[in-house]
Design a binder for this molecule. Structure first.
Ligand code: ATP
Length: 297
């Protein structure tokens, strides 16, 4: 199961995605319109789907770069620091004249999170910056907290260059038919899969009718499904006691990208991603919860 992981030191993953500071505050309840509620102290943690995915891939030993943008502010420095500490290359992270993206996260005692994202600098990532960054990449991993035209340009350029393309359709949004058709791997959680498949709740195999070569559906504690032209393979998760599932989807995406860049086949890659994400939910936070390769054995 995923024993190829040790060979991955030369893997090349380009993540085109967001970097956000997660500002987390616990409160007894979330405020309604026109209301003020006092909460606990604010915790500021590095996050954003792109940064989380890149850090996860780096923890597994991938040679990974993030393409994105942060502001010239304390949150931007926090994010650049955490990326560099994890060994993620940051030469394609631009520092722009907009505030670093922020996710305002309210956590209530029922364990429910409400999240308001201010994309800020992430919206400054223009389509034209992708081309030069693809050189040497084996896998492009992207998601939808970066402007859609940039994501679509990245997928199109990567596909044309023979780079394996993977899109995490999160947060869920419509993407163009030609983008879906240029995907090697469409990565969705169950909610996103349901949204794509529509009311009829067709079988997951119908995800391939949208155009990708393969689809991976994450299913929380139940693991994941791998959908290819050969059929649907169920990959179950090890049983764990979840502490904090924040960033589990990004952990999965990063691990999957790392494995695929190392030449591991899709089902074996998903087995490793499931194990990696399962460890991540047993620890607090997103990036700080991601295990190193040595902890996965
Ligand atoms: P999130 O929004 O929390 O980042 P998600 O909704 O995108 O996650 P999920 O399907 O909930 O995606 O989780 C992604 C992966 O994380 C799952 O496929 C699984 O491998 C792992 N995972 C999530 N929750 C659990 C859990 N309770 N126990 C074990 N593994 C889990």
């Amino acid at each position: 199961m995923g024993h190829g992981t040790l060979d991955h030191v030369t893997a090349q993953v380009l993540v085109v995605g967001s970097a956000n500071a997660d500002l987390i505050v616990a409160a007894d309840r979330r405020p309604g319109g026109g209301e003020t509620v006092l909460g606990g102290d604010t915790r500021t943690l590095p996050g954003g789907k792109g940064a989380n995915t890149a850090v996860a891939a780096a923890r597994l030993g991938a040679d990974v770069a993030l393409l994105g943008a942060v502001g010239d502010d304390a949150n931007g420095r926090l994010l650049l620091g955490s990326l560099r500490d994890a060994g993620v290359r940051t030469e394609f992270v631009r520092v722009v004249e907009r505030p670093t993206g922020v996710a305002y996260i309210t956590v209530t005692p029922d364990g429910e999170n409400s999240i308001l994202v201010s994309p800020g600098a992430n919206h400054a990532v223009a389509p034209d910056v992708v081309d030069g960054a693809l050189e040497g990449a084996r896998v492009l991993a992207t998601s939808l907290e970066t402007p859609l035209p940039t994501v679509e340009a990245a997928v199109s350029a990567a596909s044309a260059a023979g780079v394996l393309t993977m899109l995490n359709l999160s947060p869920v949004a419509s993407v163009g038919e030609s983008t879906l058709a240029a995907l090697d791997v469409l990565l969705v959680n169950e909610h996103e899969a349901g949204w794509l498949l529509g009311e009829s709740r067709e079988k997951e195999s119908a995800l391939l009718d949208l155009g990708p070569r393969a689809a991976v559906v994450t299913r929380g504690a139940r693991g994941a499904l791998v959908v290819t032209a050969d059929g649907v393979t169920e990959v179950s998760s090890p049983k764990v006691t979840p502490v904090d599932t924040t960033g589990a989807g990004d952990a999965f995406a990063g691990a999957l990208a790392c494995e695929l860049a190392g030449g591991v086949d899709l089902v074996a890659s998903v087995r490793t991603a499931v194990r990696f994400a399962a460890v991540s939910v047993t620890r607090a936070g997103a990036q700080p919860s991601y295990p190193a390769l040595s902890e996965l054995e």
